[in-house]
Design a binder for this molecule. Structure first.
Ligand code: SF4
Length: 350
């Protein structure tokens, strides 16, 4: 449902705009560039919840209030895990709900942001994708997750990982605008290195990222050969491994960071032969390999690998000179771990 302005046109959500667009809008309404910068900071950092609260003079505020609105997300539920991470159930304006996770780590807080309601990639192991794609999230709805999580937890967010529900590169235009607002000095002013975008491997968009969105890139790989990867991740039939490796080698130039995410499934992709094949595949790529034991959820078709199998797998990679880290998946007890988030019309148990 769109909200109409006095002229009968849909009102724009200030939080869907990038900082330069907000500054232009304020100038078009009769303000100065400096007032535009103040408005951008207030809107994008979450300091105001309505146009009436904008830190500008009355006449300018009135001119803006006829054309713009400022949206925010409600938090319907907030559950804390034993390990300190917290899962949020956000409520969107159209009644849909989406989840996200805040992961505190010493003095740095990382927020896992969802980019779509559901996902169309259809990875065999993923709860987020099990319902298909419902819709893309807008920049304001991604930014709103940061504001809401920060408000409810009372903490600052230092790092973002776009690894919640959805394939970020399948919603690239909205994600790119969100990242512009997150990194701009009149926005959240985060370093691009503090933002990691996770993908199943949409090659044409990865190729656009160095010029359009040069953040850290995590690729959910999960298999060392095309036959197995296509079974786990159907997108591999369209974008096979060797083409993906070429795209990643190019992306990794000029200091851009590449992470390889490898979820270990019992008896599927966790044998020493898989580790050796993975080391062969990654030999020319500068990357960090994150090994993650699969997190169970009700109805899952896979089981987690044993801790021993994970250790053996990691040792093979380390012996071959690959930087490899076993990641604890945080929040597993509240269904907030990797691949366990989802979108929902109804409140999510668990
Ligand atoms: S793992 Fe990522 S890309 Fe695959 S279905 Fe889940 S959300 Fe989509």
């Amino acid at each position: 449902m769109s909200i109409l302005c006095e002229a009968g046109k849909p009102m724009l959500d200030f939080r869907d705009l990038t900082p330069p667009e907000i500054i232009d809008a304020v100038q078009a309404a009769g303000g100065t560039p400096h007032q535009g910068q103040r408005v951008a900071r207030a809107v994008l950092r979450g300091g105001v919840q309505s146009v009436e609260e904008l830190p500008v003079a009355g006449r300018l505020r009135q001119a803006l209030s006829g054309r713009f609105r400022i949206s925010s997300l409600g938090v319907e539920a907030h559950r804390l895990s034993k390990d300190g991470s917290g899962k949020f159930l956000y409520r969107l304006a159209d009644g849909e709900r989406v989840e996200g996770v805040l992961i505190p780590d010493r003095r740095r807080n990382t927020l896992c942001v969802s980019t779509q309601l559901g996902c169309r990639s259809g990875c065999a192991f993923c709860l987020s994708g099990s319902q298909g794609l419902i819709r893309n999230l807008l920049p304001a709805e991604m930014l709103g997750q940061i504001h809401a999580a920060s408000r409810v937890s009372g903490t600052e967010i230092h790092n973002l990982v776009l690894m919640g529900s959805g394939e970020p590169l399948d919603n690239f235009e909205n994600v790119k605008r969100f990242v512009q607002s997150a990194t701009h000095r009149f926005g959240l002013n985060l370093s691009p290195r503090k933002i990691t975008v996770s993908t199943s491997g949409i090659i044409p968009v990865i190729q656009r990222m160095p010029t359009e969105m040069p953040v850290s890139l995590a690729v959910s790989l999960n298999a060392p050969n095309d036959e197995l990867r296509s079974r786990l991740m159907p997108i591999n039939r369209k974008y096979p491994l060797q083409d993906l490796m070429n795209a990643l080698r190019y992306y990794g130039r000029n200091g851009r960071r590449v992470f390889i995410e490898y979820i270990l499934f019992l008896g599927v992709n966790d044998a020493p032969v898989h580790a050796s094949a993975l080391a062969d595949l990654l030999q020319d790529l500068t990357c960090v390999v994150n090994l993650i034991r699969f997190n169970r959820y009700p109805g899952a078709r896979f089981e987690p690998s044993s801790e021993d199998a994970v250790r053996v797998f990691q040792k093979i990679l380390l012996d071959r000179g690959l930087v490899s880290v076993v990641r604890d998946s945080r929040g597993a007890d509240i269904m907030a771990a990797c691949g366990q988030l989802r979108a929902a019309k109804d409140p999510v148990p668990g």
